[in-house]
Design a protein around this ligand. Structure first.
Ligand code: F6R
Length: 239
């Protein structure tokens, strides 16, 4: 696992966007796995900026997001607001799990088939939860899990409560499984702030621990972690 140490959120966002943008420019067709949450907001801002400045088309890009809340379009709205409406990516090439699907079980199967049909994910962007979750794979999730419905833990509900002020917060989500994520050809994990420091420390101690889902990434051969000073606070090999 490669660690890129950056000083702060701004530098991390710029570098993450540069990594994605270089791939967008270099490829004829690219399947990007995308994340939501606070962490990648700056990355989307820079990506939008670069695409405008360089007049770079996104018509050859396909996206699959990690997750969506059940009974909600929260992350569909987020992606529209922070990326899709700013670039010329065709809307039928952007995909998120459908949290409103009549059969959630069928939706999970369909999402797996979709990723397969797209030829797999070329680059998957991940954030990391304070409890080490990736996607919404909470502690205890099997490392070979596929897209599934998950009951969110209290820790995750609390961390995300701010996005649901005044409206009822969904307690379930559909998420790509850890096995699904591990099949991505390349993974870029972003970690910002001291609250992520313990999860980042566990990730770099090299073990595979089901209680810290992100440690599954130690099985993958092409993972880059971009971490700011806060997120690296508990790492021995501070660089
Ligand atoms: C979001 C996702 C989650 C977040 C994680 C960190 O699509 O899959 O795993 O990456 O909860 O969230 P933030 O970035 O808000 O700290």
């Amino acid at each position: 696992m490669k660690l890129i140490a950056v000083s702060d959120e701004e530098e991390l966002s710029r570098m993450a966007a540069e990594i994605l943008f270089a791939k967008v420019k270099a490829s004829d067709r690219l399947v990007l796995g995308l994340a939501t949450g606070k962490t990648p907001l700056g990355m989307y801002r820079f990506l939008t900026k670069y695409s405008k400045e360089c007049k770079q088309s996104f018509k050859h890009i396909h996206t699959v997001n990690l997750d969506e809340y059940v009974g909600s379009v929260t992350y569909h709205t987020y992606m529209e607001q922070y990326l899709f409406q700013h670039v010329d990516i065709p809307s039928d090439q952007t995909h998120l799990p459908d949290g409103l699907a009549a059969s959630l079980e069928d939706e999970c199967k369909k999402y797996e088939q979709l990723i397969k049909k797209l030829g797999g994910i070329d680059l998957q962007v991940l954030g990391i939860g304070e409890n080490g979750h990736i996607g919404f794979n909470e502690p205890g999730t099997k490392f070979d899990s596929r897209t599934h419905v998950v009951q969110l833990t209290d820790s995750t509900l609390q961390a995300n409560a701010k996005y649901f002020a005044g409206i009822e917060q969904p307690k379930e989500a559909i998420t790509m499984g850890i096995g699904t994520i591990l099949e991505s050809k390349e993974i870029l994990l972003l970690a910002i702030g001291e609250r992520k420091a313990n999860a980042v420390k566990e990730l770099f101690n090299g073990s595979l621990n089901k209680d810290i889902p992100a440690t599954a990434l130690n099985q993958h051969l092409n993972v880059t972690v971009l971490a700011d000073k806060g997120a690296r606070k508990l790492l021995d090999k501070e660089s």
